[in-house]
Design a protein. Structure first.
Length: 621
């Protein structure tokens, strides 16, 4: 049931059909085990509530403790329409409550998403408390205060020749099951879409997701609104199920139970909240009704939760998936197989990659420099990282940058790609001033870089990593194609396959990054920058930390990549760098010391004194 692979459809609609069959079987099977219909109905409501939260937390990595505010808002608005305003259509009122919750979620998200991590979580806690106060005090005339809103009618379906009334108990179950099924189908489409792929990228590495060209703030806000819409609909269904809208929907305890249930069932699975709610509510009924523990049931459930978190860190669904993976591995290990080929045993790549798919990026023919920097400088307080740098690169040029540690090379690269703003100076790319742009905007213009320290999406595969970068080039910074199949984007699959071939990872496309060898990770790091189809590619120490054999192979790959491209490379491996580039710029103490061809730099006394220290001069003698 784990939908965590990008765009994985394998057997279309299998998950949906299994879900539908299970929902149909529930009212026939669970009564045989003594399950109360109201408990089953509550599980469906919590499961629907949890789907949105799982998209927000499990897929996007945003832990919110404020979902109760949106749950209560949607429910109260629907209840007010049906009880105080005399609105006659239950289903329409539920949909309107969902829309209102989504709008409120958008406004709340604008505030909460100004911070990340624990600060984001704390803001959502505060927002939940504010909504709880408003419901009980200033808005009590509309919400009923501590009494809630009673008298909510049950839904009905008018067929012309007959009317079906969905009353309490098992009669209400088909309506709630239908709502849950529609909710899970839409959620599955979302997580399999390009938007779902980017959600996972943000969860794994938001900085790199922005660096390859995605507007992570817009996608985070999108996830927040989706979660709010699911919360609002679930809140409305809670009122319909109980016949009144309870005020405790706004309580912080509601958000806490949602988090616990999702963790028990399995985060990032969509079905985890449903499983977790079933465990939570059935145990609650068993402990209270059968064992007569009274209020002590919370203590027992707390112990159960701690044990599940300790021994099933990925929840029940994750634990089942781990057992299945272990069984498959044992089965493979029992069969005779050839020893896996190590990174060092693979032959060096010599063949040129197949031609790239047609580029969708607009290219402009220029006679002047592709990149021009004037008077660029960066200060951190009293520390000068770079100062008064004038620098230019022509189209098709391969430029190298060298300098001792602390010369300001990495800071210079970060300014070129707009990761950090310069303190002074101007950066022009293709004749356009990009000095004040963000790294996302610079990448969309065709200016990308690889990182000195790998910045990958570690829980995704090599193919999925490349896909994330290629999506930005194909779709732009933000697009709401939430119901579109990932591989339905024209040219995406070809772009991904070509990039994997370009960086020699065609033999390991579906291997998680965490299982790749170091040299493969370095090549994948370059592949992420290449997948965006850059006009100018910056490589920050692409050979760092490699073995001699890996360096030889990577140099060959870089030579292949360099054909028809404009590249700037930083590296400490002088011999490899001089073999690759046509011209070299030397930085010292944040300034340009000199520029020239590799041969000129080798023989330059200033360079030998400042950086090479005469080693190459002695070797040449």
């Amino acid at each position: 049931m784990n939908a965590n692979r990008l765009g994985r459809t394998g057997r279309p609609l299998v998950v949906e059909m299994i879900t539908l069959a299970a929902l149909v079987a529930v009212p026939f099977v669970l009564p045989l085990f003594g399950a109360a219909p109201n408990t089953v109905n509550r599980i469906l409501v919590w499961g629907l509530f949890g789907i949105g939260f799982d998209i927000l937390f499990g897929y996007t990595g945003l832990l919110s403790f404020g979902q109760s505010a949106l749950y209560g808002t949607g429910g109260m608005f629907s209840a007010y329409l049906l009880t105080q305003a005399g609105f006659p259509h239950v289903v329409t009122a539920l949909l309107l409550g969902m829309v209102v919750a989504a709008v409120v979620g958008y406004l709340v998200g604008l505030i909460a998403l100004r911070r990340t991590g624990i600060y984001f979580a704390m803001i959502t806690v505060a927002i939940a408390e504010v909504f709880f106060f408003l419901e009980f005090n200033p808005l009590s005339e509309f919400t009923g205060g501590e009494n809630g809103l009673p008298g909510i009618p049950f839904p009905s379906l008018h067929l012309g020749f007959a009317t079906i009334e969905f009353e309490s108990g098992w009669k209400l179950y088909p309506f709630l099951a239908f709502c849950f099924f529609v909710g899970i189908v839409i959620a599955l489409r979302i997580v399999r879409s390009p938007v779902g792929a980017i959600f996972r990228a943000i969860r794994e590495n938001p900085q790199r997701a922005a660096a390859v060209g995605h507007s992570i703030h817009a996608y985070k806000l999108c996830a927040f609104v989706i979660a709010a819409a699911y919360a609002g609909l679930a809140g409305g269904l809670l009122g319909v199920m109980q016949g009144f809208m309870p005020p405790d929907a706004f309580m912080f305890e509601t958000s806490g139970e949602l988090v616990i249930q999702t963790a028990i069932g399995g985060i990032g699975t969509l079905f985890g909240p449903l499983i977790g709610a079933a465990v939570w509510l059935f145990l609650q009924d068993f402990l209270q009704a059968t064992l007569n523990l009274g209020a002590s049931w919370k203590l027992v459930l707390g112990v159960v939760f701690v044990l599940l978190v300790c021994f099933l860190r990925r929840g029940i669904i994750g634990g089942v998936a781990d057992l299945a993976d272990l069984a498959r591995k044992r089965k493979r290990s029992a069969a005779p197989a050839a020893a896996p080929e190590s990174e060092g045993d693979r032959p060096l790549r010599s063949a040129a990659p197949r031609p790239a798919p047609p580029s969708t990026r607009k290219r402009t023919e220029r006679s002047g420099p592709l990149l021009k920097v004037t008077g660029l400088g960066k200060r951190y307080g009293g520390v000068v990282a770079n100062e008064n740098i004038d620098f230019s690169v022509n189209a098709g040029e391969l430029r190298g940058i060298i300098g001792p540690n602390g010369a300001g090379k990495s800071t210079f690269f970060k300014m070129l790609t707009c990761e950090v703003p310069p303190t002074s100076g101007r950066i022009e790319f293709e004749g356009r001033d990009i000095t004040g742009l963000s790294v996302t905007e610079a990448c969309q213009l065709g200016l990308t870089k690889s990182y000195q320290v790998n910045q990958l999406f570690n829980q995704l595969t090599a193919r999925e990593n490349i896909t994330i970068a290629a999506l930005a080039q194909k779709r732009g910074t933000f697009r709401l194609d939430m119901l579109r199949g990932l591989w339905n984007i024209p040219g995406l699959r070809e772009q991904v396959d070509h990039t994997l071939e370009l960086v020699n990872l065609t033999g390991r496309p579906d291997t998680p990054v965490s299982e790749l060898a170091y040299g493969e990770k370095r090549r994948l790091e370059v592949g992420l920058a290449l997948a965006a189809d850059p006009t100018l590619l910056l490589l920050d120490e692409p050979l760092a930390g490699m073995s001699p054999r890996e360096r030889v192979e990577t140099v060959q790959l870089l030579k292949s990549i360099a054909r028809g491209r404009t590249m700037i490379i930083i590296d400490h491996d002088m011999d490899s760098l001089f073999e690759l580039v046509e011209r070299v710029t030397v930085l010292q103490e944040g300034r340009i010391l000199t520029e020239g061809t590799p041969e000129e730099i080798k023989g330059n006394p200033q360079v030998q004194e400042a950086y090479i220290g005469g080693v190459h001069a002695e070797a040449g003698a």
